[in-house]
Each structure stands twice: as C-alpha cells, then as structure tokens.
Design a binder for this molecule. Structure first.
Ligand code: F6R
Length: 602
C-alpha cells in the first residue's frame, strides 16, 4: 500500500512528484504530501484526501534549481487519514516517506520519547526520522546514521529520507515493500513501481529486500547485509500504456468492456488448434508433481477457488486453495512434490508474497500467475505466467479476474494434456469453448441498459446472497465481493446447497438473492435451492439461459453449451450489476472508500 516517489536533479520537482504520485494513487488515496530541499530552502506540503487536493495546495509553489525531493500517497495503517499523519514526516531537519509497517515502532517510539522527542503523528513512520536524527546528532555523519536507523527497523518498508544535513543526497532502503531506482544520466528517480518513471528515466534497477544506500551526484551507492554491492541496471520501456478512460465513465466500466479483447491476448500462442502450449513451462514442468497448492487473496483467491474444480476434473490432480494471510500462520505441511501456485494481479500483495517465500524456503517448485511483469511475486517465483490483462486501474478487479480464470483453465487443461488425463474429445471440446470465450465476454448494450434499470430496485434491503454451485460458487463469492466493495452494501457469496443449513433463516422479501443458474451445471439442483428461497419470500434475481418463473427479476444469458462460457458471461452480469448499483448510490466507483489497489501490508 502507499506510493512513494523521489527525484534528485535540476528539473522542476513539484510536477515530477505530483505526476509520479498520480500514477501511484491507486495504491492509496487517504492523503498525499511532498518535501523538497533546494540548497537551504525547505518546502513541505500535505493534504488529506485525493491528490487533487495537494495539487490545489501547491498551485503557487514552484521549485527552482538543483535539489532533492520525495513524495508519498498514503493508505492509512497507523493513525487516521489526517494531515498530521500524512507523509513526509518531519524531524528537526529531515523528512521521510515510507511504505509498509514498522512492527517494532512502539518500542522505538517509547525509547525516543524517553530521550525527549515529541511525536506529532500517530504513525509508525515518524519513528524513522527521529531515530535518524538521534543518530546523526551523535555522529554528525548522515549515512552511518541512516545505516544505524535501518538496522533498528523490523517489519516491511520502502523508505526515502532527505535531510538538511546532506542537501545533495537521498537515502533509501527497501525490505518487503517494492521500490525501484530510475536513471536518466545524472538525474535519479525513485518509485514504488515503474509507471511513474516511464518516459522520464531510461534505465532502472529494482531494489531487492535488504538493500539500502544513498544517491549523490548521479551515483547510487548500494549496500546489503554483506556490504557495498555492485548492481546492473536494465533498460526501461519507453512505451507508457497510458490507461485512459476512452469515453467510459469509469476505469472499472472500461475494464469490463475490455475483457473480450484482452482475453484474446491472454490466449495468444497458448491456445492452439489441438493443444495448449505455455512457452513459460518446460516439458517436464509437472514431472514429479503430485498435488497443487494455490495461495492468493481477495478476487485472486476466487479465481484460484474456481480453478481447483478444473485441476481435479481435467488434470486429475489434487488441488488445495488457501487464503494467503491464513496459510502463512497455520504451519502448513509443505512437500516438494506439491506445486505451489500464487495468483496476484499486482504481484505485490504482501501476504501472497510472504506465502511464496515460505514455499520457496520449503524447497517447493513455485509458479505465479500475475498481471504485472517484474513485480515482486514474478521475480520471486521459479516460473511466471503473465495474464496480459493490461494495466487495471479500477480498484475493484474485473479483467484481472477474467484473465486469471482463463490462464488457470488453460493450465488445468495443459495438465490434463501432459498427464494424459483428458481424451482428445474433451481436449477439443475445451479448446473450442476457449476460442469462443472472447465472444461470451462482449458486453451487450441492451443487457447493460437492463441492469442499469434494474439497479434501482436493489439499493435498500438488508443484504444480498449470491449463490451458485461448483465453479459458480467461487463466481458467487466474487460477485458478492464486487458488490460490497463499490456499493458498501452487505453481500455474501454462498454455495447454493448450503443455504438450507443456516443462512435461509435470513430469507424475507428484503433479502436479495442473486442466483447463478447455469444450464450446463447442476441446473435442477440449483433450481430447487432457489425455489426454497422463493418459498420464504426472498427476492430473486435469476441469471440463467433458462427462463425461471419464480424470478422477481430475470437476466437471460446466451451461452448454454459449456460451463466456462456460462461462467464468463455471468461474471460480466455481476460486474455490471455492482457497477450500476454503485453509480446510483453516488459512490466513487474507481476508488471506493477504505481500499487500495495494491495491498503491500499484512
Ligand atoms: C477486489 C480486489 C482485491 C484483490 C486482492 C489481491 O476487487 O481487487 O480483493 O484481488 O487485494 O490483490 P492481488 O491480486 O493484486 O494480489
């Protein structure tokens, strides 16, 4: 969470920082701030809320001449989203920005307070700047003081520090949270991901955990626990795929409409006429693998859950799915014959990344399915398969889920192919359905208009149940998550057959049930489950190719030949329903409250 930028050089710094933060705003938008030191001139601005507030506040400010600068956009962890808690945090003569959590900050803070330091904020971050100044006051040497500060920190951090004691230097450290350094001749940039520096820098170095150092006169001096370290820069793409809204009202809407064509990219070179091919996987990739464990969070966890049905059905392999934050602390029994898969849109999710590190430590083979190349999860995995969804800007994930689901479907079929657990007939049937998927994802304008109309009936009540069976159960979980994220209405996903074991007690006319009723999968069973709810007066929104007379509202889908085609078509319906309810409620669709796009804290 949180986004960091930094710049050292002669250019105007305010615009560089604000432009960079704009690209990172998806990581958090509770507050933002910048700090600039030019010679003896120190400037610092902070504003709560979105970046536009900081822009407004800095309207009449312009930096001049050579200087050092840092900026931050915050997703609050310690302390409310107030201006005092916004970064950069100030000591007596230094500023710091930080992404992550300093786990031992309470102890550090108490020690500093005993020394007479007054804290202005409730954040863990502020301890860094005071600790640094304490050491620097004693040593009068900023880099060793910074080094000593870093040694004291426990937890995850990416941090930048500037100080009047060294007005030509930026100090940096990374451990567990992402940060990279961009280069353009003598000018040096820092950022949490590469988008803020594309078009500005031409080379990049992705910092590794445990690395820290300083930059001065265009030169980066880098250290890790073994001492000073050489590093190799790599070329940075100059091609900024700027994610504009292209006439859509929201990024989320654009991304729902985009799903059809990004899916073609996801399949390109992988779905062949009569086989599945992954150039990322060696022929013997699955040799000696007897089970799969998948670990992920949120939406990515839902795609994993859906795939567990497919890995068993097509690949005839045991597949367990774990929520990453739970997996980490359950002391899991890990064996080398189990393939460990992580799924992540951003590739930076702290819980997933840590789970992956555990699997690696246990000697497991690791594969990640990710949307962001060069992200921490991709770099940490033995092998990565990219989902090719393009930049996803809406905080509520849509096309990432669709493309993850597709990669997992392809992978389960690939497994069936190499293990010879699928017949030629099944292989052909699956490939045929895959090829039709982009069509099933095309948004029908009439359907969208109908959902816009229907949405007005679903703004009250005491909650939603999304229900489904088999792979439609994870889809129900995902539909409910989408709705609650952007509408702030209570919604739950449930296996349809489980309703009678408790939740049906909630049924009355104010309980909205969104029933996923595919023709190709247990239609009669789910029909009975929905009838039970209808008999108790629940309001039913049925989504099905088959007309259902007990439905209060009915969305007719087109595909009825393959479960995955029904899956993708129904996915679009649930996404649009959530979108339109959120719009009617006047919520911020792309940046819903309390959320961030990339969750880099535990
Ligand atoms: C929901 C959503 C989140 C993410 C979760 C994991 O719309 O986006 O639930 O799926 O935070 O993020 P990634 O996939 O980046 O690891």
């Amino acid at each position: 969470m949180c986004g960091i930028v930094g710049y050292i050089g002669p250019k105007e710094k305010k615009e560089i920082l604000l432009d960079g933060l704009q690209e990172l705003e998806y990581r958090g938008y509770d507050s933002a701030g910048i700090a600039v030191i030019e010679g003896k001139k120190l400037s610092n601005f902070k504003a709560i809320g979105k970046l536009k507030n900081l822009r407004e506040k800095t309207k009449s400010y312009k930096s001049e001449g050579f200087g050092i600068s840092i900026g931050h956009t915050r997703w609050a962890t310690h302390g409310k989203p107030t201006e005092l808690n916004a970064h950069p945090h100030l000591g007596a003569y230094s500023y710091v920005v930080h992404n992550g959590i300093i786990e031992n900050y309470q102890n550090l803070k108490e020690e500093l307070q005993k020394d007479g330091v007054t804290f202005l904020s409730q954040t863990d971050t502020e301890t860094i700047v005071h600790l640094f100044e304490k050491f620097n006051n004693a040593m009068n040497d900023p880099f060793p003081a910074f080094q000593k500060t870093i040694e004291k920190l426990e937890g995850a951090y990416a941090t930048l520090l500037i100080t009047e004691a060294a007005p030509d230097t930026i100090f940096f450290a990374k451990n567990g949270s992402p940060m990279l350094i961009g280069f353009d001749g003598e000018e040096v940039y820092f950022a949490s991901s590469d988008t803020p520096i594309i078009g500005k820098a031409n080379e990049v170095y992705y910092l590794e955990d445990g690395e820290y150092g300083f930059v001065k006169e265009g030169k980066v001096t880098l250290f890790n626990e073994e001492g000073e370290k050489n590093f190799t820069k790599q070329a940075l793409t100059a091609d900024k795929i700027s994610a504009q809204k292209d006439g859509y009202r929201f990024f989320m809407e654009k991304e729902i409409y985009e799903q059809s064509h990004v899916m073609t990219d996801t399949m390109m070179g992988r779905v062949l006429d009569d086989s599945i091919h992954f150039e990322e996987l060696d022929k013997d990739f699955f040799d000696d693998i007897y089970a799969i464990t998948i670990c992920a969070c949120g939406t990515s966890y839902h795609s994993a859950l859906a795939s567990s049905y497919l890995f068993q059905r097509l690949g005839k392999m045991r597949c367990d799915v774990e929520i990453a934050s739970e997996f980490r602390y359950k002391e899991p029994f890990l064996t080398r014959k189990t393939l460990f898969i992580t799924i992540s849109q951003s590739g930076e999710t702290a819980d997933t990344l840590e789970a992956l590190k555990m699997a690696k430590t246990a000697g497991m083979k690791t594969l990640s399915i990710c949307n962001v190349d060069n992200s921490s999860i991709v770099r940490e995995s033995d092998v990565a398969i990219l989902t090719r969804a393009g930049i996803e800007k809406g905080v509520a994930s849509t096309k990432a889920f669709a493309t993850q689901s597709m990669v997992l479907w392809m992978l389960s079929l690939y497994l069936g192919q190499v293990r010879e657990t699928v017949s030629e007939e099944i292989l052909k049937r699956e490939i045929d359905a895959m090829i039709h998927t982009p069509k099933a994802l095309i948004v029908d304008e009439k359907l969208h208009a109908k959902l816009t109309r229907l949405s007005k009936r679903y703004l009250h009540g005491h909650g939603f149940f999304f229900i489904g069976r088999d792979i439609f159960f994870p889809l129900a979980l995902e539909g409910a998550l989408k709705l609650k994220e952007i509408s702030y209405l209570h919604a739950e996903g449930y296996p349809a057959g489980e309703m009678k074991h408790g939740p049906i007690a909630l049924a009355d006319s104010e309980l909205f049930t969104v029933a996923l009723m595919p023709k190709t999968m247990h239609y009669d069973k789910i029909k009975s489950n929905v009838e039970e709810l209808s008999a108790r007066d629940a309001t039913i929104l049925a989504i099905s190719p088959e007309p259902f007379e007990l439905a209060d509202d009915f969305i007719k889908t087109q595909y009825d030949s393959h479960p995955m085609l029904e899956f993708f078509e129904m996915m679009v319906v649930t996404q649009l329903l959530a979108l339109e309810i959120s719009v009617r409620l006047g919520n911020d669709v792309d940046m819903p409250r309390n959320l961030a796009k990339s969750v880099t804290v535990e």
